[in-house]
Design a protein around this ligand. Sequence first.
Ligand code: CA
Length: 414
Amino acid sequence: MPSPEKSIAVSNVGKIRANNQDSGYVGRYLFVVADGMGGHAGGDVASAIAIHRISEIDKQYTSAHDAVFALQSALIAANSLLAETVFEHNELTGMGTTVSGILRVGHQIALAHIGDSRIYRFRGSKLEQISSDHTFVQRLVDSGRITPEEAAVHPRRSVLMRVLGDVDAAPEIDTQVLDTAPGDRWMICSDGLSSYVSDDKIEHVLASVSDTHEAADRLIKESLDAGAPDNVTVVLVDIDETTDSSHVPPLTVGSAASPLSFDSDSARRSLRLPTLLLHPLKATQPDPSHFEPESEDYLDELILEDRRRAKRRRITWLVAIGIAVLAIIAGVIVAYQWTQAHYYVGNDQGTVAIYRGVQQGIGPIQLSSVYKKTDIALDQLPAFNRQQVDATISASSLMLAQQIVDRLSDARTQ
Ligand code: CA
């Protein structure tokens, strides 16, 4: 019986995508997720190259500072490797990848992060997001231009501001050193999980499933149950009393687990990034793309475009509401006209009268009024006719109502 694994990586292509562009790695000290992108322009190649290069630094470090430096250097080296690969294989232009990685150094965690994959620390049944997304919408949230709630449903929520790739020779990488303690559970995931499964649900799974492998499988299943429009990768690392969280031998998942192939399907890669950039992303099936904004003007232009779209949506709603209100008014008018084509004979303060409309009202609203008074007093009528008039006598036309009145007049006893 093998002992329970202290760390695990699981990756799934999801329900919509044709290939898995995510890669994941769990080793002895190092744990990484990379989410490749560029639409059809080689995201699988990008994440695999990054994971292979970064996994070279999986060793014991004497200080967290050294570990951070090693991680950061590995990410920069991976970035250069991606640029070289694009230089040699032109058809891969525009490929890029997120990288979120942690190195365990005793009771500390060294972290390096770029893109929108996420690093979470689960401690004492609470889930805490450690990394922050390098996305267009996160930037709008940070600058106070939209709320986090608006960001969660924003049409451009998948657009990345920073990734590794062939765009920037010196990409800005977030680094951090955090403490860790036995009982902590670290999770790294691609947005295929975090965009479709709520933090509450993730927290619940991490709290209720103690086996790492089982917990990772459950998280993947949650994403699949949510439709899994994107590739989804989960790395889980449990911290115990020992100084490593080893997976020996190291485990690689996703596209990095297959041999690199550049030219197998060059037609598939013919779509270039710039054509992807200007298409609004579909809410149900985000097609992640990345770009480096040339200026704040460009950001402002994007914000204006979103506002224009929101305004168009508002106008469409107003028109729809207007049409609905008109339909209701037209219905009321038709119904009222129908009631006013009906008559009945009834008691108007002791005298027989012809009423126009129907006896039933709608709440306090009366749908009838006296149309014609007569000189027939109720107490001139036999008891039976009096009761009839009190209970009202319906007539489908004015002529029939008049005939009823004539009969009552004849029936007068005095
Ligand atoms: Ca993704």
